[in-house]
Design a protein around this ligand. Structure first.
Ligand code: GLP
Length: 243
């Protein structure tokens, strides 16, 4: 690593960029410990405060993680998402120790199309919430989700619902647990709009996911189209050999 103290680029930012480059090149591997703040500070003749600022930013951006009393380690750049368990985005991120959040891009109360009514098995015409949100982990955009949820299964929705877990709301509102889903995955390339929202290059690989999710009583309550960042997600499927 080279720090240029004469450069107009702040030193903490130079450290961040170089650690990121080392992670991307594989020089720093997942779960490897990083040198301590003191070691970095001595190596470059800079203050520990500056090193701390750089490392804290990288922790917040998900590149590094800290363990109490043990130090700072390299995160897996890609999140593994198991394809078995039916989880919500909020549960997924919390189980990884990350802070989930959402940004509403668009909300409309629409009339069902024939296609939607058939997928959701709801009456036609009927009213459907169409909610488009960016889902973030530690403030980093991970996916764009456009959910269609029958009004009768969710009631009126407001900003506080959009900011938090829709699954929690649905289970509470219907007093029924969510039990299963059908999901389709398809590779694609980010459109210009998707790239802008997700902070990636236009044409970068993304994964399109369509999910229809059911309550325990068999009622379909959502049809979602999501665009997941290909550079942040690996979908993992565990398989038993069929006998
Ligand atoms: C995942 C699924 C979506 C689902 C969402 C609910 O991201 N891919 O289909 O709508 O979870 O998450 P939450 O309950 O946090 O809103």
């Amino acid at each position: 690593m080279n720090i240029d103290k004469q450069s107009p680029i702040p030193i903490y930012y130079q450290i961040m960029e170089q650690v990121k480059a080392q992670i991307k090149s594989g020089e720093l591997k997942p779960d490897m410990p990083l040198p301590s703040e003191r070691e970095y500070a001595e190596q470059f003749g800079i203050s520990r405060m500056t090193v701390r600022q750089a490392l804290s930013n990288l922790v917040n951006e998900g590149f590094l993680y800290r363990q109490k009393g043990r130090g700072t380690f390299v995160s897996k750049l890609k999140m593994e998402q198991a394809l078995q368990g039916l989880t919500s985005f909020t549960e997924d991120m919390k189980s990884r120790g990350m802070r989930p959040s959402s940004r509403l891009i668009d909300y409309q109360l629409i009339d069902s199309t024939e296609e939607l009514a058939a997928i959701l098995g709801c009456g036609h015409p009927s009213r459907i919430h169409k909610i488009t949100r960016v889902r973030l982990a530690n403030d980093i955009p991970m996916a764009i989700e456009a959910s269609h949820i029958p009004f009768e299964l969710a009631g009126e929705l407001n900003q506080s619902h959009f900011k938090s877990s829709i699954y929690e709301h649905i289970e509470r509102y219907n007093s029924t647990p969510i039990s299963r889903a059908k999901q389709e995955l398809e590779p694609s390339a980010a459109t210009q709009d998707e790239a802008n929202i997700l902070g990636i290059q236009e044409g970068a690989p993304v994964l399109l996911i369509k999910r229809t999710t059911y309550l325990q009583n068999g009622t379909a309550f959502e049809h979602v189209k999501s665009v997941y960042r290909g550079d942040r997600y690996t979908f993992v499927h565990y398989m038993d050999r069929l006998s």
